[in-house]
Design a protein around this ligand. Sequence first.
Ligand SMILES: Cc1ncc(C[n+]2csc(CCOP(=O)(O)OP(=O)(O)O)c2C)c(N)n1
Ligand SMILES: [Mg+2]
Length: 571
Amino acid sequence: MNKPVESRLATLSGAEAVVEMLKAHGVETIFGLCGDTSLPFYDALARLPHGMRHVLTRDERSAAYMADGYARVSGKVGVCEGPSGGGATYLLPGLVEANESSVPVLGITTDIAVGSRGRYTLTELDQGALMRPLTKWNAVLNRAADIPRVMRAAFNQMTTGRPGAAHIALPFDVQNGPVERADVWGDPSLGQYPARRVAPDAFYVELAAKLLRGAKSPLFICGGGVVISGGEAELIELAERLSAPVATTISGQGSIPDDHPLALGVVGSNGGTPETRSIVDRADLVIFIGCRAGSVTTERWRHPAPGQARIVHLDIDPAVIGANYRVDVPLVGDGKLALAALNESLEGGARPVKRPLDAAAIKKAKEQKFAKFNALAASEDVPIKPERVVAELAKALDADAIVVADPGTPCPYLSAYFPVRGTGRRLFSNRAHGALGYSMSAAVGAHFGRPGVKCVAVMGDGSFGFTSGELETIVRHKLAITLIVISNGVYGWIKAGQKTGFQQRYFSVDFETTDHAAVAAAYGVKSWRVTDPKQLAKALKAALAHGGPSLVDIVCQPLHEAKAPVSEWVA
Ligand SMILES: Cc1ncc(C[n+]2csc(CCOP(=O)(O)OP(=O)(O)O)c2C)c(N)n1
Ligand SMILES: [Mg+2]
């Protein structure tokens, strides 16, 4: 007997429910790659009038990096998907990077049917176990009825507390099982981050304010938490109130505009310089904000030196506080709210100690650092110096452009010398794991997240080799993004390590130089190859102005021969 119409409509398939739940949380774009186990999900995407865009990628790694780039610049959850087995293993690198970088990315994998488990079914692997240590939250579904609850939990986990990645595995039969329509609802505010802010304990706010008032040389070191919480204005207000320098980690760039008189720039072993380090070393109070005080930022916990300064540590994640330094005041909470509370607390009562010398010290440090840089950037030597590339790129780009930097030459050079002219996420890198081959896909995601803004990926030739398949995706979608390849025929970062740490015993780090412009042209990307520094400005200008995908292949001085802002090599 046929069911009455109402009850048929009252039930959705699992796959349909997933689509509806994504929509209910405000998802607009899904990055992914098809597979056998994903067929019901794809069919639901094909049939339902959901209005979401699906961006087909050429590698699941890229899909996850796209979702990451999208989330970093849009303030929304990024969503990626891939099929069982190999698809899941390929999605993993992007999920772990997002999770460790506190970026909300939902990875959906499809899976073999629940009924096929344990039978040597093609692609079978324990996707829950695979993702468990790498995600903030993770579920493998066993029945369709759980889909709405599980998806609500995933969005809640990704965008509250410390943002992070979630994974949901959808077995084939679960995608076909029944879900009550009445259960299919979501809170769209959980599709954005930070979704539910937590204010810090007023007791510790007062203690921190007391230390700030009395410090002779306070210094802020900001990780990603300021930008993630949207607390830039509150940070700048606080820094100005104290006339205290603001340093950032690589992930913290955009906390304060680089041309602000109190902005010191990036500190640490990757992108920091002796000049910026000197300001860290004179601090008697360090306020870490949304920062893990990890190995790179602190040059392996040497700057600041343990015991050198009082420490106020503000983070949304209580586990971070005290992990690396003995903390005088722990502040657990949302960056924006905590900074506002500190401002409020300092508003009344005694005035902070006057420290008129700080702005001058920062100015001097920055002048010294950039004097060295500018001399190298002006060089007309062939091969082109990385300094020249950064300087020309800074000249050619508008202030609101979004730049993504891969490891190798791009990350230290851009974080040290590329001026971030404004606040918010304008320059970023995959600093949790620094896996090669991130920037091209992250720039694609950023483009979808902020369609009106010029997105640029800067990669080494090593990274290009990891990711070049996505040139087709870029062409298919006619994305007006610009790719810059630092071509040096070497895994330069590692060769530099062999040079300084292993008496130049170079081993298995060199490869052939590829004509990346020709590769790009074969995909249909408008491209330029530049070997002469005098031609660089013109090529960059043309590439950035080109209305479609563009690539500039720049034959560069190898990193191990350059004066990179990497403290281990400088020493
Ligand atoms: C997936 C992955 N494998 C290995 C590494 C180790 N690694 C760090 S930098 C680097 C070399 C980068 O080479 P390239 O992209 O050509 O940039 P260059 O240093 O030459 O500018 C390598 C191999 C890594 N970061 N990621
Ligand atoms: Mg290289």
